[in-house]
Design a protein around this ligand. Structure first.
Ligand SMILES: *Cc1c(COP(=O)(O)O)cnc(C)c1O
Length: 225
């Protein structure tokens, strides 16, 4: 199956729902990304800064790039000029650094808070309490060049539908609560990014409006050592 065929099939499948499709192109070549672009895809996600910067320079300038992996504060400066959405904000320190660099480039950078929802993966992502603490903090309230537009989560990597659906349900419920508590009059808080190739149908059923698909578009990735 070609990248174009895969994309068209997925798009057809989700055309009835309001879901943004992020094509996760990590480890894939610029030629493969160009193929997806030629098939109409404009939103791409990467998880390595260097790879993202190289691809951004080489590919069409109207691509909206998202960073979806853990972002180190010392690398924010490389993506600040062009990044469209940072999906993986997991600390106030990182948010401050994004704000500082956004300001240098006279931009406002849209961000999602990454919430830890999976059983095993507690390495990255904020707990509910930490997210609330961040949103209440004086430091956050003073930032002028970042805008939190939603939440992102990664479910447990399991074929157990009940576990994955419960995690997505929990994130949707938290999203609704956060919107009501902190962003009542702000239409900008609107993105709930959940769902990957293996679980996006379950995520959409639980209220996701942004899915991040890699292997179902580009084929499987060579596993990195
Ligand atoms: C790699 C990755 C994806 C895409 O995974 P697939 O299983 O290939 O669809 C989605 N989200 C994040 C955060 C990722 O790192």
């Amino acid at each position: 199956m070609s990248i174009e065929t895969n994309l068209l099939e997925i798009k057809k499948e989700i055309e009835q729902v309001e879901v943004t499709l992020v094509a996760v192109s990590k480890t894939k070549s610029t030629a493969e990304i160009q193929e997806a672009y030629n098939a109409g895809q404009r939103v791409f996600g990467e998880n390595q800064v260097q790879e993202l910067v190289d691809k951004q320079a080489a590919l069409p300038q109207d691509i909206a790039w998202h960073i979806i992996g853990h972002l180190q504060t010392n690398k924010v400066k490389y993506i600040a000029p062009f990044i469209s959405l940072i999906q993986s904000v997991d600390s106030i320190k990182l948010l401050k650094e994004i704000d500082k660099n956004a300001s240098k480039h006279h931009r406002t950078i849209d961000c999602l808070l990454q919430i830890a929802i999976a059983e095993e993966d507690t390495k990255f992502g904020l707990s509910h309490e930490e997210a609330i603490e961040l949103l209440r903090s004086e430091t956050y309230l003073q930032l002028e060049n970042v805008r939190i537009v939603g939440l992102m989560g990664i479910a447990t990597n399991t074929a157990n539908e009940r576990i994955v659906k419960e995690e997505f349900y929990e994130l949707k419920t938290f999203f609704d609560g956060i919107k009501a508590s902190f962003f009542q009059d702000k239409d900008s808080f609107r993105i709930l990014s959940m769902g990957m190739s293996s679980d996006y149908q379950w995520a959409i059923a639980q209220g996701s409006n942004m899915i991040r698909l890699g292997s179902s578009i580009f084929g499987s990735r060579a596993t990195k050592a």
